[in-house]
Design a protein around this ligand. Structure first.
Ligand SMILES: NC(=O)C1=CN([C@@H]2O[C@H](COP(=O)(O)OP(=O)(O)OC[C@H]3O[C@@H](n4cnc5c(N)ncnc54)[C@H](O)[C@@H]3O)[C@@H](O)[C@H]2O)C=CC1
Ligand SMILES: O=C(CO)COP(=O)(O)O
Length: 329
């Protein structure tokens, strides 16, 4: 029986805990709120996210003791929003992940450092990149809860690690494939959140499907330019781990990033949009990290720049989308 630690109490951590535990793994599940742990132990449900999912407590061991959960596991799955990773892992020593295989399910960058989560973890815990992987793919937690057919890709430097984790995920409604790409997948996942957020802004302003289709088409080219600059290697960006994830996030009713953007387009301030959502839109933080990173790379990224100006320089969304309108073909 595989022993897995899932770190995080949000929607994605909940969905992954469901998949992994129902496949027979023993999952130590770290949630930061003691009340949420108590609620799970009492009712078998996560009070805050995907609350319809019932867990088998013979397989799932909820706890707010991070060291204990990590120590008992062979695999550690990180599933807190990127902005809270440093804080969540604060209690761990440098050597605590030494013998673990670590999978990031996070689609964001560490905001204070503008680095990928896997790069941060590799440095902070002196882990070789061969022990790291990323969960990618067009997959919303809400659809996992409903057991709707979904596809995941595990990106890694080591194909055996990726395949081993795929085996832990595969079930009746989840297909999982390994892929030899870690950084490219991770950067694409960060970028697609920015694009989905911008799609939401346009939607909130009243733009329709015709405009969004052109926005997404231009975004594909923008992502290609960026990923090629930051991590040049041959990759097929039409694969579902890249394009599929962009599409689901840009179009789905479940997307946090699109929902957040839509509120901004309708005139909410960043603070009020964040308060209204019980969830985290990674794209908000990613916009700033990518902007900082691009000061060195100087890639032509009009969509990411428009999102930055709207969110961080308080330029009116209508003005920035109007400017994009003129640039698109
Ligand atoms: N929800 C989904 O369908 C998917 C999410 N992801 C990724 O999973 C990661 C986790 O996101 P979700 O589970 O969606 O989160 P969520 O938006 O469902 O929940 C927010 C999470 O943030 C935590 N949080 C809020 N404030 C915090 C603080 N101050 N300190 C520590 N934690 C805090 C909450 O406890 C909760 O775990 C993100 O990187 C997201 O992009 C990836 C694929 C699918
Ligand atoms: O990455 C995701 C789906 O694949 C989740 O996107 P959102 O955070 O926008 O909901």
């Amino acid at each position: 029986m595989s022993k897995i630690a899932v770190i995080g109490g949000g929607s994605w951590a909940t969905a992954l805990t469901k998949i992994l535990s129902e496949n027979g793994a023993q999952v130590g599940w770290w949630l930061r709120h003691k009340e949420d742990v108590q609620h799970l132990l009492r009712t078998r449900h996560n009070a805050r996210y995907l609350s319809s999912v019932a867990f088998d407590l013979d397989k799932v061991l909820p706890s707010s003791d991070l060291e204990e959960v990590v120590e008992a596991a062979e695999w550690v799955v990180l599933a807190v929003p990127a902005a809270f990773v440093q804080n969540a892992l604060e209690k761990l020593d440098r050597d605590d992940l030494k013998h673990k295989r670590v999978i990031s399910a996070i689609k964001g960058m560490i905001p204070s450092k503008n680095v990928l989560v896997t790069d941060y973890v590799a440095e902070r815990f002196r882990l070789p990149h061969e022990r790291l992987g990323i969960v990618a793919g067009p997959c919303h937690a809400e659809e996992v809860a409903l057991e709707k057919q979904s596809y995941l890709t595990i990106g890694a430097w080591d194909m055996a690690l990726a395949e081993d984790f795929c085996q832990l995920l595969r079930n009746r409604y989840v297909k999982a494939s390994p892929m030899l790409d870690l950084d490219g997948i991770e950067y694409c996942a960060v970028m697609k959140n920015i694009i989905a957020l911008t799609c939401g802004i346009a939607h909130g302003l009243g733009y329709g499907d015709n405009f969004q289709a052109v926005l997404v088409s231009n975004a594909v080219q923008e992502i290609r330019r960026f990923v090629h600059a930051v991590n040049p290697q041959p990759r097929d960006l039409s694969a579902s781990a890249y394009l599929g994830d962009l599409l689901v996030t840009a179009y789905s009713q479940f997307s946090r990033n699109r929902t957040f953007g839509s509120m901004i387009g309708r005139g909410y301030s960043v603070k009020s949009a964040q308060l209204e959502m019980n969830m985290v839109a990674e794209g908000y933080y990613a916009v700033k990290s990518i902007h900082e990173l691009n000061k060195k790379l100087l890639v032509n990224m009009p969509i990411a720049l428009a999102a930055y100006r709207i969110l961080y320089e308080k330029v009116a969304p209508a003005v920035e989308i109007e400017l994009l309108k003129e640039k698109f073909r």
